[in-house]
Design a protein around this ligand. Sequence first.
Ligand code: NAD
Length: 274
Amino acid sequence: MTVPEITLNDGNTIPQLGFGLFKVDPDETQRVVEQALEVGYRHFDDAKIYGNEAGLGRAIAASGIPREELFITTKLWRDDQGRDTAAGALDASLERLGLDYVDLYLIHWPHPGDGLATETWLAFEALRASGKTRSIGVSNFRIEDLEALAKASSLVPAVNQIELHPRFQQTELRAYQDPRGIRTEAWGPLGQGKYELAELPGLDAIAAAHDVTIQQVVLRWHLQEGRIVFPKSAHEGRIRENFDVFGFELTDEELNAVRGLDEHLRVGGDPSTV
Ligand code: NAD
C-alpha cells in the first residue's frame, strides 16, 4: 500500500496519511508506534506537550528503518514561544526523540494574548536554515494570525494544522490557505470520538456501498479533498483500518454528501482563547 506524497511550498514532501500521537500513553507509545510502523505508517505527528516524544524515538531506533523513510513532526508549546527560546525547545525535542532533525516543526497554538507568535516564527526561519527541521509551519492559526506572520516575514508556513472533521470543515480558512500554498493538516479528523459519526445522516449508506467503515469513509473524504491526516488509535485493529483507505474511491456525489454535514461545530479548543 503506497501512501501518496504531498509536495509542500518549500519543495519537501510529506506522506498524506500518518499517525497521530495525542493522548497516546507515554508508557504505551513505543508499542503503539511499533505496531503502526509494522502496518506501514511512516509519518508521525507528535508534540512536546503530548509527553511521548521519547517513546516515539525508542520505536524509531528499534525499527532500523532508515531515517529518510520517516516523516516526523513535533510542535513547540506555549511556554517555549519567543525569539530566544524556540531553538532550545527544538533541541530538547530532538534530544527526547533521539533524532538530529525533524521533518516538520510547528508553532502549536497562536496564543494571541501572549503576542509572541510572530517573533517565534522569525526564530523558526533560523531553525529551518540550521537543518534541525526540514520544514516549518503552524497549528491552530486563524486568518488574522496568518496575516500577522505575512506582515513580518516572506516565509509562508508549509502547513497549518487545524481542527477539521465532518461537522467542522473550516471552509473559510481553507479558502484563505489554498491559494497561498499553505497546506491544510486536519487534526481530529474523526471528530476525536467526541460525537458519533454513525449518527450523521448518509455516512452509513456510503460505507455500505464501498464495504468499508464510516471512519474509513471520513478519512477517504479528507484524502480526496487533498488534506494531510493522521488519525490516532491505540488499538491494533483500528490502526490497520485507518491505514486501509486506498482501495476505494468516493464519488463526487458522496464527497458532496459529506461536505453537506458541516455545522461549524468546534469540538476542540478555540484558538482565540486557548
Ligand atoms: P481523531 O479524530 O483521530 O480521533 C481519535 C479517536 O477516534 C480515538 O481516540 C478513537 O476513540 C477514535 N477512533 C480512531 N480510529 C477509529 C476507528 N477506526 N473506528 C472507531 N473509532 C476510531 O482525534 P485526535 O487524535 O485528536 O487527532 C489526530 C491527531 O491530530 C492527534 O493524535 C494529534 O497528532 C493531532 N492533534 C493536533 C492538535 C493540535 O492542536 N495541533 C489537537 C488535537 C490533535
